[in-house]
Every structure is written in C-alpha cells, then in structure tokens.
Write a protein that binds this ligand. Structure first.
Ligand SMILES: Cc1ncc(COP(=O)(O)O)c(C=O)c1O
Length: 443
C-alpha cells in the first residue's frame, strides 16, 4: 500500500499515498479545500500538571512560607545534576541567565569572540553580548539543523575564546567533532542545551560535554516550570563562582538572607524559588519516559514521511542515542509541491488538524548586534574598527541557515506524546497535501 501510494504521489497524481480511505471522497481532499481533517482528535495538552502526583509537595512548600531559595531548590539541583550525569548543578531564574552566568564565570567578555550557530533562539546570542563579547556566527548543517563542525575552524581568530554550540530543537549538535576542535584550539565550550533535556550522544547527556551546560525550563519547554534554568558542570570552582554570582557575589555557601557574611565578588540575583523547584521535581519524574516516547514517535514519523517528495526530515548527528525533540523539524521544498509557498503548506497542514510553524528567522541579520555595538559599554570596550557593523555582517553570512529559515517546518513536542495512530495522521496529512498541492497552489 505504502509503496504503491508513493509511486502515485511521485507521479503527481491527486491520490493520497498512505491512507486507503484518503483517496476517496472528501477524505482525500485537503481540509483547506473543504475535505475532512486528517486528524480531528486534538493533541496532548502542554504543559502537563497532574494534581494526584504533582500537588502534594508543591502545597507543602506553599504552606511552609519558605518560598525563597532553601532545601527544595538544593534537592532539585542534586536531582538535576544526577539526571544529567554532572557533578554539580545550579538552578537560576531562566535559561538566558544560565548562559549569561556560565559565560561570565568562564571570564568570557570584552575582546573575546564566541562562535555560535545562527539557527537558535535570540537568548543564545544575547548572552554573548551581555558579557561584552562579540558573537561570530558559523553556518549550520541543514540536514542536522546544528552548528556545522566543518565550518568552525574558518571562523577561529586569535580573539576566539569559546564555542557556544546549541542543541537546537532538542537535536544534539555534533559534540564529538566540536570538542575535538575546541581541544585543538584551546577554546572553552558552553553548551546551550536549553531545548535538549535528556538528549544524549553515545549515552552522555547534552550539556555535559563542554565546560558548562545550560538548560531552560520555560513554559513551552519539555521540562516546563513557567520560568527557570540551570547550569551543570563538573568544575567545582566554576560552579562555586556561578553560585556566588547568582547570589549577589556572596561567598558560596552563605546562608540565604544572612547579611554580613561578606561579599566576595561581582554578582547579581538570579535565585530560584522553592515552589519552582517543587514544580520541577514533579516534571522531572516524567521527563525520562516522556523523552523516550517523543524520540520513538519522531523516528516512527520520520520513517513515514521521508519518501514524500519535497519533504526532507531531520538527520541526527553522529552517535546520537536520544534526541529531546523539543520540536520535530523537516524541510519543505516547494518545487515538489507545485511551487506552493511554505506559508500555504503550513496553513494546509494546520487545517488538517496538525499544528505547525515556520520556525526561526536569521538571527545573524537582526538589529540587536548593531545596537549593542552602539552602546557606551561596547564603545568603551572596543576600538572603532572592531565595531564596524558592515564588516561584522559580512563575516556573519550563513547561506545554509538562510535557506533553512525559508524551508523549515516545525511540529511541537506535545504532538510526539500522542499515539502511533496520531503519527499516521500527521504522515497522511502531509501526503494528502502533497497529492492535492496543484489545487492548493491555485486556490
Ligand atoms: C536555544 C535556547 N537558548 C536559550 C533559551 C533561553 O531560555 P529562557 O527562555 O528560559 O530564558 C531558550 C528558551 O527560550 C532556548 O530555546
């Protein structure tokens, strides 16, 4: 059935390839043109909160009146470090400030360049600029969506201090290759694992390859606490500094609220609350099984859509034993869909009952870097030639990323918590749109 269907789709016939019933009646017509939805059932809600299992410990915290950082936060940190396979963890207010703190406490700052991919959330680049360093964008591999290790060395200069790989969409970056480059050039590595909780390469968790790994627990995340973040590392002295930094610069171990214990270094306040930690512990209890389900469903769905013309699913980096799939991406080639724009494809897929989006715009072309270069701090830190924005922009071109930003389609992680029949529905929806692309493109 599948093979015959693929042949039909390949020949451009208006027949859906995967679903015997899809080629007949209104079921075969794209929902956007009035046909039946491929998936009418809805999707698992996100975030999840299960009163029976999640509420008792949170209520205990709320009723205790101890809401600032105390024992539950320490317990969360211990458990997160253990889950990631790291020696230490520090919970902080969010993923953005986890990155800012990690870079600051590795002394990445004025005069330094940090190599990072442009296919990421804005916080990755802002964390570099917030420390007074200059982001140097390195192109991505469109198959994996990750920083392309083959292109990193061309970006290294005497000013390069660190590489900031991002395990974007929850798909691990090629850390084996990246760590080899970092070692060869004596560079620091801070991993943005803000979308990659529990993802692993050869059984080792993302966030534990470099000097530090940073996570986000913001509301949409697979590990959702509303807001929250964490840093992990095996480097005790570094983690002590991170702790101090997140607690006004007070010496590590200083009791929360204790005054007069002495303030050792420059710092700010980024502390986690007890109720965030209680919520986090509840979410962490489910993270393992949910991650395994997402991975299994993603690979199943990939198998079902990989032969649809014009649909190129993700490729995992070498050695990946689990991806987190915060988002499931594929690339859409409109040439195989009668030149139907991606925006119409997204509309058609949404109409089939499959929520989807287009993802990131090129981060290397937005105005924030120009603004940062114009600030008083940057003008005091750098010579005018070093803040030549046109030259920076020229050096930051990433054509593969530009294409990826135009072609990517994202499905969000909660879809991957549904059952196999729902994965079949997604595949059928895409196949139906492919089969009906000529009509859709004209509509
Ligand atoms: C890749 C990436 N980096 C950093 C962040 C920042 O995390 P937060 O929103 O918790 O500050 C996010 C999340 O939003 C992210 O997706």
């Amino acid at each position: 059935m599948k093979a015959a269907g693929m042949a039909a789709a390949g020949a451009g016939l208006t027949q859906a390839p995967f679903n015997a019933s899809a080629g007949t009646g209104s079921a075969g017509l794209p929902a956007l043109l009035g046909g039946q939805k491929a998936h009418a059932k809805g999707w698992p809600a996100w975030p999840r909160w299960i009163p029976e299992t999640d509420e008792a410990d949170l209520l205990k915290v709320l009723r205790s009146g101890i809401w600032s950082r105390a024992g539950v936060v320490s317990e969360f940190e211990r458990r997160w470090a253990e889950a990631m396979g790291a020696k230490r963890c520090l919970a902080v207010v969010n993923g953005t400030n986890a990155l800012v703190t990690a870079l600051a406490q590795l002394d990445v700052g004025a005069g330094d360049e940090v190599i990072l991919p442009p296919y990421t959330f804005i916080a990755t680049a802002q964390s570099v600029l917030m420390n007074g360093a200059i982001p140097v964008f390195c192109d991505v591999d469109p198959a994996t969506y990750q920083l392309d290790p083959k292109k990193i060395e061309a970006k290294i200069t005497p000013k390069t201090r660190a590489i900031l790989p991002v395990h974007i969409l929850g798909l691990p970056a090629d850390m084996t290759a990246i760590m080899a480059i970092a070692k060869k050039h004596n560079l620091l590595v801070v991993e943005d694992a803000c979308q990659a909780w529990m993802a692993e390469i050869n059984g080792k968790k993302c966030g534990t390859f470099g000097n530090a790994g940073c996570y986000s627990f913001q509301n949409s995340k697979n590990m959702a606490i509303g807001e929250g973040g964490a840093i992990v590392s095996d480097d005790e002295a570094f983690m002590d500094r991170c702790y101090s930094y997140h607690n006004y610069g007070n010496a590590y171990g200083t009791a929360v609220g204790a005054v007069g214990a002495g303030t050792a270094m420059l710092g700010t306040k980024l502390r986690y609350t007890e109720y965030q930690a209680a919520m986090g512990l509840a979410q962490l209890a489910r993270l393992g099984p949910e991650s395994a389900l997402r991975h299994a469903n993603a690979e199943y769905l990939k198998g079902k859509i990989k032969d649809i013309p014009g649909i190129a699913p993700y490729t995992l980096s070498p050695g990946v034993t689990r991806a987190a799939f915060h988002l499931l991406p594929f690339r859409y080639n409109k040439a195989a869909f009668h030149n139907m724009p991606r925006a119409t494809f997204l509309k058609a897929l949404s109409a089939e009952g499959v929520p989807c989006s287009s993802g990131y715009a090129p981060l290397n072309k937005m105005a924030y870097v120009k603004h940062a270069f114009s600030t008083k701090n940057f003008r005091r830190m750098y010579a005018p030639a070093e803040l030549d924005y046109a030259a920076w922009l020229e050096r930051s071109q990433c054509p593969e990323n530009d294409r990826l930003c135009e072609e990517a389609v994202w499905l969000s992680q909660n879809l991957l918590l549904a059952d196999r029949a729902a994965m079949d529905d997604i595949a059928n929806a895409i196949a139906k749109i492919h089969a009906g692309a000529e009509k859709l493109a004209k509509a």
